[in-house]
Design a protein around this ligand. Structure first.
Ligand code: AR6
Length: 181
């Protein structure tokens, strides 16, 4: 695990399975229908309890219709060690000309703001949009880590970081963090 002090807060980068973290909130890389899916979304649904989590997601979608890329909503963590799940939607990579960088940055910043509004102090993110949504990972890492740094500088949360799946991803994100942070 790597840690960086930012203002009065801490940015961390670690390798592993985000569903194992005992923390105020983990972030889900969801889709706009909050319908569940594969990747980290599937892992979070399995670990939280599929029926309970889908029940909460459906109640939100009944109210808002759909969750646009860059926005975030919150549910309980149900059977997870994490107390809450913040669901955000990253952009699908379409070559970079469809506002993808701004949407990705908003996914991180709006998740941090929602954590702050709910009095949550510790939050962990997966590499949003870096799986089936196809975002180039190094570009995504620059955007994500800059947003986390900004949120920590603003005091939105006390501890924010990334949980990367696999050693190669972990090492890449650490090298970007050494540039950005
Ligand atoms: N812990 C941490 N990271 C993980 C885990 C885990 N347990 N499992 C996968 N990852 P993806 P996206 C990493 O595809 O690109 C879903 O079907 C994975 O290695 O989960 O935002 C949704 O429903 C990758 O680096 O999310 C949406 O339809 C990262 O998580 C769509 O996929 C994100 O990969 C969202 O696509």
């Amino acid at each position: 695990m790597r840690q960086y002090t930012i203002g009065t807060g801490t940015l961390f980068i670690r390798e592993g399975d985000i569903t194992r973290l005992d923390i105020d909130a983990i972030v889900n890389a969801a889709n706009s229908r909050l319908a569940g899916g594969g990747g980290v979304d599937g892992a979070i649904h399995s670990a939280a309890g599929y029926m309970e989590l889908q029940g909460a997601c459906r109640a939100i979608i009944d109210e808002i219709g759909s969750l646009p890329a860059g926005e975030a909503v919150i549910t309980p963590g149900f059977k997870l060690p994490a107390k809450n799940i913040i669901h955000t939607v990253g952009p699908i990579w379409r070559g970079g000309g469809q506002d993808e960088p701004r949407k990705l940055r908003n996914a991180y910043l709006n998740s941090l703001k929602l954590a702050a509004e709910n009095g949550l102090r510790t939050i962990a993110f997966p590499a949003i949009s870096c799986g089936v949504y196809g975002y180039p990972v190094e570009d995504a890492a620059h955007i994500a880590l800059s947003a986390l740094k900004e949120g920590l500088e603003a005091g939105l949360v006390g501890e924010a970081g990334m949980v990367l799946h696999g050693q190669p991803a972990y090492e890449l994100w650490c090298s970007v963090a050494d540039e950005v942070v």
